[in-house]
Design a protein around this ligand. Sequence first.
Ligand SMILES: NC(=O)c1ccc[n+]([C@@H]2O[C@H](COP(=O)([O-])OP(=O)(O)OC[C@H]3O[C@@H](n4cnc5c(N)ncnc54)[C@H](OP(=O)(O)O)[C@@H]3O)[C@@H](O)[C@H]2O)c1
Length: 247
Amino acid sequence: MSRYCLITGASSGLGRELAIQYADEGWQVIAVARSVNALNELHNQHNRIHAFPLDLTNTELFSAAVEQLAQQIPALDLAILNAGSCDYVDATNLPLDTFDRTMALNFQAQVAAVKLLLPLLQKSELGTLAVVSSLAHLFPFTKAQAYGASKAALSYFADSLRVDLTDSGVRVCLIEPGFVDTPLTQKNDFKMPFLLQVEDAAARIRKGVESQQQRIRFPKRLVWSLHLLNLLPYSLRCKVAAGMRQP
Ligand SMILES: NC(=O)c1ccc[n+]([C@@H]2O[C@H](COP(=O)([O-])OP(=O)(O)OC[C@H]3O[C@@H](n4cnc5c(N)ncnc54)[C@H](OP(=O)(O)O)[C@@H]3O)[C@@H](O)[C@H]2O)c1
């Protein structure tokens, strides 16, 4: 019997690699993103990947698309809410539109996705909702006020969601990666410690989801470094964070 997986942000980076790996494993993959061409290209390479072009921040269209999807598949076994964006900001002149955009995609669209996809996940014997956040929210990184805040909100949302979905038949998996080499990070002009290749990162996510981990954080070297920084006295932690600023 086919297993169905929906992956958002599947046109590039982590989502694209996850789509390929799940399709290679025999899953039917519903690949969501805005770039129709990139999704069609994926479908041409892997006939188990199905293009599902959609702007996730348009809740009306998203809702209609899920209704359509519900006519086509019996159940959703796995939903990986991976789409996200990262823009750095100038704290002396906060770009409000960047905050609006970032929260709309990284947080609001994820909430909408949970609401809309939950009934389909509940039709599966054990549906899994995997939410891709980030380790970024564990430390106050320079220029990351919009991105870090959106991921902090998302991680909290997923954690508390798990509490109330305990008896729903859907389990929640929170994914918090460190730096991964994707188009999102390729524009960074600073040194990214313990940068992982996208194939490696996607494989770690698949392994964690498969073994029903509640939270997948990697790489461990970065996780422990951030934990250690957070053990510092608060004023010293602030100094270390300020020391990471670029001129
Ligand atoms: N790379 C890292 O180091 C890293 C670390 C921690 C966490 N993460 C998280 O991992 C996730 C994937 O990141 P990535 O590095 O793979 O980034 P990426 O290569 O830039 O991919 C982002 C994906 O999101 C999709 N997307 C953006 N806006 C969308 C919208 N309005 N509607 C639908 N899809 C949309 C993009 O497709 P379209 O443009 O075609 O819509 C693209 O497929 C993000 O949530 C990111 O925060 C990444």
